[in-house]
Design a protein around this ligand. Sequence first.
Ligand code: PSU
Ligand code: MN
Length: 310
Amino acid sequence: MSLNERNLNEHLEMSAEVAEALAAGKPVVALESTIISHGMPYPQNVETALEVERIVRENGAVPATVAVIGGKLRAGLTPDEIDYLGRRGREVIKASRRDLPVLVARKQDGATTVAATMIIAALAGISVFSTGGIGGVHRGAETTMDISADLEELAETPVMVVCAGAKSILDLGLTLEYLETKGVPVLGYGTDELPAFYTRQSGFGVDYRVDTPAELAAIFAAQRSMGYPGGMLVTNPIPEEYSMDKARIDEVIEQALAECDERGIHGKETTPFLLARIAEITGNDSLDSNIQLVFNNVALGAQIASALAG
Ligand code: PSU
Ligand code: MN
């Protein structure tokens, strides 16, 4: 273990349940908290986060919701802490990789993005992390250079991230190119096509189609056993019955993007703004789909973690 990792570990605090499960080699699934504070409105955010933990357990794994609380890197929150993050919403600092040192030094709270959740999961020794969607290369990145730190983290940190693809608020083609350059395998669970979050299809292919949790676990184990750094991305299509009409959601996304531009929103505010606007414009239809795809991803994450442990 490097010096840096040891230093970070001093700041890590696992719940007793998560620590015991990891020590016993039992399956654990990491869950992020930006989705709670910035990705969904209250109270659906808290209801979803608690239901997600229940689904992980139902599928035989221990949930480890990740956040920064009072400067501690936490894996495994209490329901009260989840409620606190959900109620405070966007007042909680959205914490990606670059934010962690400041929050730790100042003993502040932070809702962790995919990137920051991967860092904390890896420190804790958790291999599988399920969420809704990841950050990626934003449309117009050729001039804004807005590329999520999530992609860089996937290149460096040994965690398998299970998501429903990426929203077309991003440039999906450029996101795939970036992941290819960085050597991140993009696996489609039961699909050849990259899912686009609200819809099952994007028009872009994944690197490999994989049909079972057992094979996903085997591919992750193979990556780890070769000893070089990096994680991988599993993309799991939204269940058919909850998928949205592509033309409708594309229209809404275009409108949200135009408003984002007009208001000059940039940096870390971009993704939360777009997510909130899409939910507002669709009158919460998209929120229901969002919640269902997260449920679907955490069930798969628990099955992969079980296969890895077994
Ligand atoms: N995409 C979603 N829902 C989310 C996010 C992205 O559909 O909640 C959150 C995740 O926490 C992700 C972060 O890691 O936004 C990416 O933010 P940025 O683009 O600023 O890196
Ligand atoms: Mn960004």
